[in-house]
Write a protein that binds this ligand. Structure first.
Ligand code: ZN
Length: 471
């Protein structure tokens, strides 16, 4: 993987080449530039990937990363718990080897909690509560996620000695008790986040454009997801559409101080300019650990309906009041959009709603209808089959799979005839995506305005080169 600086250089070379009239690569690269380094985040050395194992073992030797961290981490917060701890641990006997501590490690399973996981490993509820209380200042365990790892060390007589917890996002937390005091700390790091910027013009696809700049497909996927309510990046975009992404690049710091690029982290701000409009998005944390993308006016990116109910190959018929029907060969209106896709392609509900029809629909073949808020009903027809277990009356989420593309009913090939009714009348599905979901705007929040100004300034801090005739 190329470094950000090299990419920045290649961006300048491309700009220079375009001025000199030298042919450009697939994408007009504008470059990745590091625009600053964020505070390093914590990362715990990997615990064994086993769930709820328990063993009597000596405390593991510190890893290189831990040693590096102990040298560099700021002093931990000290919590004096002398009042809570009554007894000092007994001094080890000189005649016998010191008894070994009890070590329990585990991974939070899907839909599991730390408390359940600890209790399943035989840890007493009183100890579980003690851990929760001591960790309170560092971490809210209600935010525990599947895949988070923990390690508990107890004295031979079962008293808490050390507890550490590492989240999948790379943060780690630890409490250590010497029997009298408990030290709580958020641990240092072996991952550094640097803010970078990538920008360019799409010549073939967004994926190609981003890959040709040396970034991974993951960044393209993340970018497409931010705009999925407005732009269908499988097809809606055009040659020459422009993208800008301000994002984190993650580097692992080795013990010798050298850094290796891990992958792209979170997108902080993004812009799309092209056939589908001029759009910008800013990442903003509503509260610690709970963030979302917002438009510059403070409204959420998320909307009631997706731009399209599937990943399709092309649109074969748009919404019109008059077209020649391909089978009936008569002039009639087509009050929907026909999306062509391979048989079996999953179909998503465009928004949250309730299934009001699941069955045969005459010329529509296998048909699903979903009722949404505010008088909207969406129709998905010609399905090869329905999603397993889907029935009338079911509540579905946005992007939940409801069935699969087919050619049942009056259809010349696999496609979905997608329609939307508003108060009983068919409307053009392409024209209804301007409604935002009923999530509060953050426009009035001072911290949002500050974040927006900073991020958007960083996003467009370097001028883009002019669109070349070659594009
Ligand atoms: Zn149709």
């Amino acid at each position: 993987m190329k470094s950000g600086r090299k990419l920045s250089l290649s961006g300048r070379l491309d700009a220079a080449r375009s001025r000199l009239g030298v042919p450009l690569p697939a994408t007009l690269a504008v470059g990745v530039a590091l625009v600053g380094a964020l505070a390093p985040t914590a990362f715990m050395p990997k615990a064994p990937a086993v769930s709820g194992t328990q063993a009597s073992a000596p405390a593991p030797a510190p890893t290189d990363a831990e040693l590096a961290l102990r040298q560099s981490a700021p002093g931990p917060a000290l919590v004096d718990l002398a009042a809570l701890e009554s007894a000092k641990p007994a001094a080890p006997s000189r005649l016998q080897p010191a008894p070994e501590p009890l070590v329990t490690t585990g991974v939070i399973p899907p839909r599991g909690t730390l408390a359940k996981s600890l209790q399943a490993s035989g840890i007493r509820p009183a100890t579980v509560q003690r851990i929760a209380r001591e960790m309170e200042s560092l971490l809210d365990f209600r935010a525990a996620r599947a895949g988070d790892r923990y390690s508990l060390t107890r004295t031979p007589d079962g008293k808490l000695k050390e507890f550490s917890y590492a989240t999948t996002s790379g943060k780690s937390y630890r409490i250590v008790s010497d029997g009298q005091h408990v030290v709580a700390e958020t641990r240092g790091n072996d991952v550094v986040r640097r803010t970078a910027r990538v920008a360019g013009l799409i010549k073939t696809t967004l994926y190609d454009a981003i890959q040709s700049l040396g970034e991974s497909r993951q960044l393209a996927t993340d970018y497409a997801e931010i705009f999925q309510w407005d732009v269908d990046f499988a097809h809606g975009i055009q040659r020459g559409d422009e993208f800008q992404i301000l994002y984190e690049r993650l580097y692992r710091v080795r013990t010798d101080g050298r850094e290796t690029f891990v992958g792209p982290g979170r997108i902080l701000a993004a812009r799309y300019r092209g056939a589908e409009g001029d759009l910008a998005a800013v990442y903003f944390e509503l509260e610690k650990g709970r963030g979302a993308y917002f438009r510059p006016d403070g409204s959420p990116m998320e909307r009631a309906f997706l731009a399209a109910p599937l990943k399709y190959e092309r649109v074969s018929s748009s919404f019109t009041y008059s077209r020649l029907h391909p089978i009936l060969e008569i002039q009639r209106p087509h009050l929907g959009i026909d999306f062509v896709a391979a048989e079996g392609t999953p179909l998503w509900s465009i928004g949250e709603g309730v299934v009001v029809h699941r069955g045969w629909g005459g010329g529509f073949g296998n048909l699903v209808k979903i009722e949404h808020a505010n008088g909207y009903v969406s129709f998905y027809s010609h399905l090869s089959r329905f999603a397993k277990g889907l029935s009338v009356g079911d509540r579905v989420r946005q992007k939940q799979v409801i069935g699969y593309v087919g050619s049942s009913g009056l259809a010349t090939g696999p496609h979905v005839c997608f329609r939307v009714q508003k108060d009983g009348r068919f409307v053009n599905p392409a024209s209804i995506r301007s409604r935002a979901i009923a999530v509060g705007s953050v426009a009035k929040r001072e911290d949002f305005r500050t974040a927006r100004e900073t991020l958007l300034a960083d996003l467009s801090s370097r001028s883009l080169v002019a669109v070349d005739e070659a594009l």
